[in-house]
Write a protein that binds this ligand. Structure first.
Ligand code: GLN
Length: 304
């Protein structure tokens, strides 16, 4: 498969001019990002990777980080994790405050904010230095020690993060949060501020395409069963109330973030990351989804 040719075709065919959405502004720092940015990177093997555009530029990965923290929580808790968070699509926006009360504070899935905040609680509760351990995990799976938090973005989200703070308080009132609110949201705002490029993200996500093994070293970092569960959750819940549309258009398990990134994988085959900060109404990258639709259509390789 000539993936570079497919990427070149996509880069020729579509650009920011073809979409009408808006760059996220509820996190003030994200509003400053240039709407013309567009990059894509595909990893198939250690030496086989392909790209176009702004594929090495760092951006805020936001909710894509929820896949890393879920992997860490599954390593700590195994199947007991599902006592604290459910595995059903919510059909609601990522920041929804609903569907918690009648389930005793059990969020519908780990990728809506409510679920990710329960995962943050678990990591803050069980790890000595959760921020450092998350950095170590991401640096380890990419083999790239330069990856770091963007403290300005974390502080920016903290300054307007009342909804997430409300969510933690609400879930705590319902009995499904153990730690204090402050360290949980501090960890969560930091995980969302991780700054990575399409190249780094697609490399990191090869563990989910590769049955839990790190691409360059072959080290087994997650059990195949854990990877199966995470990929199933990306397929059904990775795009919130647009998970059906993403499956329909693209046909891959994946995860988006309001920084405009999307990463998707094809088991045993490839990992692909795309970035364009222009979001549709569901908070997913509008151009990114178009690019991935072209990618699986032109290559003929989706999970369906
Ligand atoms: N940090 C963002 C928030 O909590 C992440 C949301 C997202 O990327 N969908 O609102």
């Amino acid at each position: 498969m000539d993936y570079q040719k497919i990427l070149d075709t996509i880069y020729d065919e579509i650009s920011y001019r073809d979409v009408t959405g808006k760059v996220a502004s509820y996190i003030p720092e994200l509003a400053k990002v240039d709407r013309r940015k567009f990059g894509m990177h595909v990893y198939c093997g250690d030496e086989q990777h392909f790209s176009f555009g702004d594929s090495t530029e760092l951006f805020s990965i936001q909710s894509i980080s929820k896949v890393f923290t879920l992997a860490m929580a599954m390593r700590l808790m195994g199947e007991h994790l599902w006592d604290r968070v459910s595995v059903e699509p919510s059909g609601d926006p990522f920041n929804s405050l609903t569907q918690l009360e009648y389930e005793s504070g059990i969020p519908r899935n780990p990728f809506i904010n409510a679920g990710a905040l329960v995962i943050s609680d678990i990591l803050v509760d069980q790890l000595d230095d959760p921020k450092q351990e998350l950095l170590d995990f991401v640096r380890h799976i990419t083999g790239d020690p330069s990856i770091d938090y963007d403290k300005t973005v974390a502080a920016s989200e903290k300054s307007t993060g009342y909804r997430n703070i409300a969510l933690v308080n609400y879930i705590k009132a319902l009995g499904n949060i153990k730690c204090d609110v402050e360290p949980i949201v501090d960890f969560y705002f930091h995980q969302c501020s991780l700054a990575m490029s399409c190249e780094q993200l697609s490399k990191a996500f090869m563990i989910f395409a590769n049955k839990g093994k790190i691409l360059s070293t072959g080290e087994k970092i997650l059990k195949p069963k854990t990877v199966k569960r995470i990929n199933a959750l990306m397929q059904t819940c990775g795009f919130y109330d647009e998970a059906g549309e993403f499956s329909f258009q693209v046909g891959l398990p994946g995860k988006s973030g309001v920084g405009g990134g999307i990463v998707a994988i094809h088991p045993d085959n490839y990992s692909v990351a795309v970035w364009s900060p222009i979001l549709n109404e569901k908070g997913n990258s509008e151009l990114g989804m178009k690019a991935l639709e072209r990618f699986t259509t032109l290559s003929g390789v989706s999970v369906f």
